[in-house]
Design a binder for this molecule. Structure first.
Ligand code: LIP
Length: 257
């Protein structure tokens, strides 16, 4: 799809700047809870998603949309955008720099392209199927790590926020002592892109949503990372996501059973 990368990258950067600008006057930002008190959304999430949809609809009116805040809008082609306007909303609300605008492109429901922009870090990750993965224009690759003892990994606890009985804590306690170190950034899109850039050697998380992972998935795969569910299949949302360097991926999957 010609020009899809410049389009989603420019849109992600403009949306990221809007989110940053709005946070400068945080007293004007309205914060709400969704399904549970810890599941936050702000009026900026909604404004940023509207901004993204408006720009992309003008450029590609035949595309459909899947957005965290406004749901599904059918398109007239097999193409759709999958949008998380602010991935890491809790971090955004608390003033942390780690939050991202995530714009995935699906072709017949398959990951095709993606742009993830962390505005406060000014880091733009992007990829298109078959054309490699990049960070601010420089090619990125998954790490060559081959042991948990040398691995820096990340995970998340969206499962706890969602009030899930069976959650990640049991795996966290089991896996962390085997790792070199663990990180918890609060943004799935950012964590996946750190694996793509070779900065993290692995990431796992349960109960994510399609919009959390759609852009990061193609970026990670184009960077040579493995991106599967805990069984090595594609049921990421139902069974749990494992995104890791090829040498770490099977070792993490084995611990997640
Ligand atoms: C977040 C995810 C993160 C997860 C958080 C939350 P949001 O998405 O990116 O990995 O652990 O609980 O779901 O809600 O900030 O867009």
């Amino acid at each position: 799809m010609e020009n899809i990368i410049p389009l989603i990258c420019e849109t992600a950067k403009a949306a990221g700047k809007l989110a940053l600008e709005r946070r400068k006057n945080f007293e004007d930002v309205r914060v709400f809870s969704k399904e549970t008190p810890a599941d936050l959304v702000t009026d900026v999430d909604r404004e940023v998603e509207r901004f993204i949809v408006e720009r992309l609809k003008k450029a590609t009116p035949e595309f459909g949309f899947i957005g965290e805040e406004y749901g599904v809008t059918e398109g007239s082609s097999g193409w759709a955008y999958c949008i998380d306007p602010i991935d890491g909303t809790t971090s955004y609300v608390h003033g942390s720099p780690v939050f991202c605008v995530s714009i995935g492109v699906l072709k017949e429901d398959e990951f095709y392209a993606g742009a993830v922009y962390a505005p406060q870090l000014d880091e733009l990750y992007y990829a298109e199927k078959g054309k490699g993965a990049f960070l601010n224009g420089t090619p990125i690759h998954a790490s060559k790590c081959r042991s948990l003892g040398e691995a820096l990994c990340a995970t998340g606890f969206g499962c706890i926020r969602a009030g899930k009985e069976k959650n990640n804590l049991e795996y966290f306690v089991k896996i962390v002592p085997q790792l070199q170190e663990i990180r918890r950034t609060g943004s799935a899109a950012f964590d996946i892109c750190q694996v793509a850039a070779g900065r993290f050697d692995g990431y796992w998380e349960f109960y994510l949503h399609q919009y959390d992972i759609a852009a990061g998935a193609i970026i990670a795969m184009e960077a040579g990372a493995l991106f599967t569910d805990v069984n090595g299949e594609k049921e990421y949302l139902e069974k749990g996501l494992v995104c890791a360097a090829p040498g770490v991926h099977p070792l993490l999957c084995r611990e997640l059973h």
